[in-house]
Design a binder for this molecule. Structure first.
Ligand SMILES: C[S@@+](CC[C@H](N)C(=O)[O-])C[C@H]1O[C@@H](n2cnc3c(N)ncnc32)[C@H](O)[C@@H]1O
Length: 268
């Protein structure tokens, strides 16, 4: 069995949403969602917005497992992601309180002040304008509303530098996590609490398999290559570093996410 990077379906003709959904279903993603979502302290009857829900793993945690009877709207700019999240929620029977919609987080089609809380997890690193997404999330919150933003703070693929990692994973804003607390304060969130979350990822378990996957044009790396997010020299450099780490017995990646919880000012 390969790691998640090699398990994805063929790159050509496979949507980014499918690859991302597959990667987001990993055990450490589910554990992170489970451990960080209680920070929102959801209450009965609240209206919650999730931006960039992808395959809906965090949506599921909030809508189906939080224990509070909430109503959720989960949006993503990728229609394929929304279709697969909607389908999974219906199949698994947790769709009754979630409204999935295709929408760009930079231009939310909601009036001001309608949500009690807004959440996004690992979206800003991929978004075209992280600032616009956060500003829109702030706009649609009620006075005193909460925002929870989870972004990668440190990711160490055993010695791979940030710029190379960003290219091979197709991440335009790899270090946005460091800026989130400041961005939230500038948007008027008076209390911003930060909580780190650590995870070790077993990606990739076997670098040779990963190399093979790229050769066979499968998986996320092949997707990034085929879509000109990185060059084949980038992929070779990345895999060589991983291989040398694996040879040294360091086949794990360490990922530290930062959860930033903000509360906006109450009306006077
Ligand atoms: C790495 S996935 C994370 C998915 C999910 N939040 C999770 O943690 O499992 C990033 C998601 O952000 C979405 N995204 C990126 N920019 C967006 C934008 N401007 N508006 C809405 N969604 C966006 C992508 O389509 C993708 O589904």
């Amino acid at each position: 069995m390969g790691g998640p990077l090699t398990q994805a379906a063929p790159s050509r003709g496979t949507s980014r949403a499918e690859l991302v959904a597959e990667l987001c279903a990993g055990e450490h993603h589910i554990r992170r969602n489970r451990e960080l979502s209680p920070l929102l302290a959801l209450e009965e009857g609240e209206n919650i917005l999730e931006v960039g829900c992808g395959g809906g793993t965090l949506t599921e945690e909030l809508a189906a497992r939080s224990g509070a009877a909430i109503r959720m709207v989960a949006i993503d700019s990728d229609a394929n992601a929304i279709a697969s999240a909607r389908c999974r929620a219906a199949d698994e029977g947790w769709n009754h309180n979630v409204d999935f919609q295709v929408m760009d987080g930079r231009r939310l089609r909601f009036p001001d002040g309608v949500f009690d809380a807004a959440v996004c997890s690992r979206v800003l690193g991929y978004a075209k304008s992280p600032e616009m997404v956060l500003s829109e999330m702030a706009r649609v919150l009620v006075p005193g509303g909460r925002i929870l933003v989870v972004e990668e703070l440190i990711a160490v693929d055993a010695g791979v530098d940030d710029a190379l990692r960003a290219r091979v994973f197709g991440l335009p804003h790899p270090s946005v996590g460091r800026r989130v607390p400041g961005l939230l304060r500038r948007l008027g969130f008076s209390e911003v609490l930060t909580t780190p979350h650590y995870a070790f990822s077993n990606v990739p378990r076997d670098v040779k398999e990963l190399r093979e996957a790229v050769k066979n044009r499968t998986g996320l790396l092949a997707w990034a290559l085929d879509h000109q997010r990185c060059s084949s020299a980038d992929i070779d450099e990345f895999l060589d570093i991983l291989q040398s780490n694996q040879d040294e017995g360091v086949p794990w990646s360490l990922i530290v996410h930062l959860a930033a919880l903000g509360r906006n000012r109450r009306a006077l």
